[in-house]
Design a protein. Structure first.
Length: 109
C-alpha cells in the first residue's frame, strides 16, 4: 500500500530510522563475528558482514510482506550495500536504500 504526501514522507523517515537501528543492532555483534566465512564473490569475508546483510534481508522482507510485495533476495541486499560503500555516511545510505527496496521504490534487477 503506497502512501502519499506528508504520510509518505513520515513513513520514509520512519523506515530509514528503522533500518538504521537494525544495522546498528547487528553491528554490535561484530566483535563476536570476526572469523571468515565464504563470501558472495567466491572469496571470504568477515562473518559480521554476512550477518549484517542477512539481518537487513530479513527486515526488508518483513516490510515487503506487509506491503504485499514479493521477497527480495540476498543478491539485492548486496547490491544496495555495494552502492552505499565508500560514502562517508555509509550506514545512512544503506538504511535509505533498504527502506526504498522494502517499499518497492528501488528497482529490482
Amino acid at each position: 500500500m503506497m502512501a502519499t504526501g506528508t504520510a509518505r514522507t513520515k513513513r520514509d523517515r520512519m523506515l530509514r530510522a528503522r533500518f538504521l537501528t537494525v544495522l546498528t543492532d547487528a553491528a554490535r555483534e561484530r566483535d563476536r563475528r570476526q572469523h571468515l566465512v565464504p563470501g558472495s564473490d567466491c572469496g571470504r569475508e568477515p562473518a559480521w558482514v554476512a550477518h549484517e546483510r542477512e539481518t537487513l534481508l530479513l527486515a526488508v522482507n518483513v516490510i515487503r510482506e506487509q506491503e504485499r510485495l514479493p521477497e527480495v533476495t540476498a543478491w539485492e541486499i548486496e547490491s544496495v550495500e555495494r552502492l552505499a560503500r565508500g560514502h562517508h555516511d555509509y550506514a545512512l545510505k544503506l538504511a535509505l536504500y533498504c527502506a526504498e527496496l522494502a517499499v518497492g521504490e528501488r528497482g529490482r534487477r
